[in-house]
Design a binder for this molecule. Structure first.
Ligand SMILES: NC(=O)c1ccc[n+]([C@@H]2O[C@H](COP(=O)([O-])OP(=O)(O)OC[C@H]3O[C@@H](n4cnc5c(N)ncnc54)[C@H](OP(=O)(O)O)[C@@H]3O)[C@@H](O)[C@H]2O)c1
Length: 290
């Protein structure tokens, strides 16, 4: 199988390359090979290589920056929204399967019980969520029009850092670093959702593709939903770090973007993945230098 991976130098992209190159022909592109918002170029390049599957891990992920200006929001809508449509049209032209990732932030976060794959998101609380929802709509609107697609919603990624300078450090990387600089940390004890370990997500993506499961929406996250504060306590316990952690409210920790209060993605279609706690243990062992 010939697999095209976009955003290959990002955090998830790097893990996808690692998992797929074991037994597939992988073409790994990042922004330096092609800007996915350049419709003519991305279409031409996909028509040239004719992949069997296109996996798009390229994204605009700067949740707070997205609120800064109209210009930033436009950028997010292009990368997360319109470009999904360009990729979908190119995938239809070559008969490729398209895999695209989306986010728990497409939901408004008012449902304490979590969100199933077929719950309809219609009211994201921030602009990043809006841009991701725009991308979902680009894909879903081509359903039944020849597009073979998997839309994988996930949340709070962590794992080995991608090669790209801009690859975002995860929550765990950030607070572990902060714990070396400060004796006390304030961490938000709200915004309940799930973490996803990028090596697990990459592996699960490969399994979906190999299984030939029905096209549609899937939720892939690690188990044990929690707040940021609860995750910080778990991290410091596993890393044996002695730092005082104060639970604060989101009002006490102002950020530009509002976040959903409860955005647990419920997986009703696939085997459940292990708890993020297990994955975090593995990650810390891999990254002794952290
Ligand atoms: N991070 C999270 O917590 C989270 C949560 C939910 C869903 N997701 C989804 O999971 C996927 C992977 O996220 P990630 O955190 O691994 O991303 P990431 O580390 O930020 O990597 C994104 C990659 O995409 C590239 N890229 C950005 N804009 C591009 C463009 N216009 N054309 C071509 N390449 C472009 C970036 O290149 P440059 O470095 O050159 O910009 C970077 O290598 C994304 O689809 C994201 O929406 C992530």
């Amino acid at each position: 199988m010939k697999i095209l991976i976009l955003g290959a130098r990002g955090n998830l992209g790097g893990q996808l390359v690692k998992v797929f190159e074991k037994d597939s022909e992988v073409i790994a592109w990042d922004r330096s090979e092609v800007d996915i918002t350049d419709k003519d170029l991305i279409t031409k390049k996909i028509l040239e290589i004719k992949p069997d599957a296109i996996i798009n891990a390229a994204a605009y992920n700067a949740v707070d920056k997205c609120e800064e200006s109209e210009e930033e929001f436009e950028k997010a809508k292009k990368i997360n929204g319109q470009a999904a449509g360009y990729l979908a049209d190119a995938a239809i032209s070559v008969g490729a399967i398209l895999i695209r990732y989306s986010s728990d932030y497409v939901f408004d976060g008012e449902n304490k019980n979590g969100y199933k794959e077929d719950d309809v998101p219609d009211n994201p609380v921030d602009k990043y969520g809006e841009s991701q929802l725009a991308g979902e709509k680009e894909i879903i609107s081509r359903s039944g029009k020849g597009l073979k697609w998997y839309l994988i919603r996930t949340s709070k990624l962590f794992g080995p850092k991608g090669e790209s300078e801009a690859a975002k450090p995860s929550f765990f990387d950030i607070i572990l670093k902060l714990s070396k600089e400060k004796s006390e940390l304030n961490v938000v004890n709200e915004e309940v959702s799930c973490f996803a370990y990028t090596p697990d997500l990459a592996k699960a993506t490969k399994e979906i593709l190999a299984s030939g499961k029905g096209y549609g929406i899937y939720h892939i996250v690690n188990g044990s939903p929690c707040t940021w504060y609860e995750a910080a306590l778990e991290l410091f316990k596993l890393a044996n770090t002695n730092v005082k952690v104060n639970a604060v409210s989101s009002e006490q920790f102002p950020r530009l973007a509002k976040r959903p209060k409860f955005s647990v993605l419920l997986n009703t279609k696939l085997e459940p993945m292990r708890s993020y706690k297990e994955a975090l243990k593995e990650y810390l062992n891999l990254n002794q230098e952290l």
